[in-house]
Design a protein around this ligand. Structure first.
Ligand code: GAL
Length: 327
């Protein structure tokens, strides 16, 4: 049997540039957008559409996010080269003027993941959603859609996934090769990791959730890729915003048995001196495939600053994911 190792190391990444100012991705440094403002998109994901990457994430506002609420909604940036990012603005805003709105200030909107559904020609955002005033007990998935990648998205509805009346926590939304989308998530309240298929239009789940065999309970922040016909999933443990040791798993099928690959991180973060035993002080949010390159992936992380989330960008959050195969 082939032994598989998956490593995350801190590297500067040099990609072909389209002449703008950044000529590399420097992990652990403040990353400025086209207006020289630090990129503000946390817990999110990146998609590729019509020759451009779109990066979506939680927007933090100075002085507000301290209470873990959603303050700015979903922020979007676009890029042709993954190094230079243009601010596309807030594509799903939090509403400050109407307390009855679904997205009224006071709701929690976390870890947005946007996917494109070719059939409907629709961009669909899923995010952890707790309506205003309801706390963390029942974890909904909020759903918003847009005809364009840079919004504006319209809030459609919420659902409780994982076949649980308490819903689910951190999640990945994975579009498989058959164009079906799968909701991989930690079920509430027991923190078992489950995988369920969404309905064809990707707006609601089916009832077909199964316990993910081999994935340790309390796995949060899941990020998944399909690489050489194998599904690699990296996640964190369950300690809120505090960093812990990352965990990696691999399986031949989503409903197969996952093999535990242990901690995929190696080395030290030169910018804060924090090592692999606490994921360099960070938590994974997504793994993105670099278009046009073979076996090139970038694992994206947040170094959270729960006392002052706007500062979360200060240390940057991007690492290069190395897939290493041994015969
Ligand atoms: C993390 C999660 C974040 C946020 C935080 C709250 O594990 O990834 O999105 O929910 O817990 O403590």
């Amino acid at each position: 049997m082939k032994h598989i190792a998956i490593y995350i190391t801190l590297l500067s990444i040099y990609l072909p540039s389209y002449s703008q100012s950044n000529s590399s991705i420097v992990p652990g440094k403040v990353w400025l957008d086209n207006n020289s403002v630090a990129i503000n998109a946390h817990g999110g994901n990146v998609i590729f559409y019509k020759k451009k990457y779109y990066w979506y994430g939680e927007h933090k506002i100075e002085g507000k996010s301290e209470a873990q609420l959603a303050d700015g909604g979903i922020h979007c940036y676009s890029s042709k080269d993954l190094m230079n990012w243009q601010d596309e603005g807030i594509v799903l805003p939090v509403i400050y003027t109407d307390t009855t709105s679904d997205l009224a200030y006071g709701c929690i909107l976390e870890r947005p993941k946007v996917l494109y559904d070719r059939k409907q020609q629709l961009f669909i955002a899923h995010f952890k959603y707790y309506p205003r005033g309801t706390g963390y007990l029942k974890g909904y998935i909020g759903v918003a859609t847009s005809k364009k990648p840079n919004g504006t998205f319209t809030f459609k509805h919420k659902f409780l996934g994982a076949n649980s009346e308490y819903g689910s926590g951190d999640f990945a939304m994975f579009k498989n090769t058959d164009n079906n989308a799968y909701h991989l998530t930690v079920r509430k309240p027991d923190k078992t990791f489950v995988i369920g298929k969404l309905q064809d239009d990707k707006m609601l789940p089916t009832t077909n959730y199964q316990v993910a065999k081999g994935i340790t309970a309390r796995t949060e922040a899941p990020a998944i890729i399909l690489h050489n016909n194998q599904y690699f999933l990296i996640g964190s443990g369950s300690t809120g915003f505090l960093p812990n040791v990352a965990r990696a798993f691999v399986a031949n099928a989503l409903d197969g048995t996952f093999t535990n690959l242990g901690n995929p991180c190696i080395g030290k973060n030169p910018h804060n001196g924090i090592g692999a035993d606490t994921t360099f002080g960070a938590q994974i949010n997504y793994i993105l495939k670099v278009e046009g390159k073979t076996n090139a992936y970038i694992a994206m992380f947040d170094i959270w600053q729960p006392d002052m989330p706007i500062k979360a960008y200060t240390y940057g959050y991007h690492w290069y994911l190395k897939m290493v195969y041994h015969k």
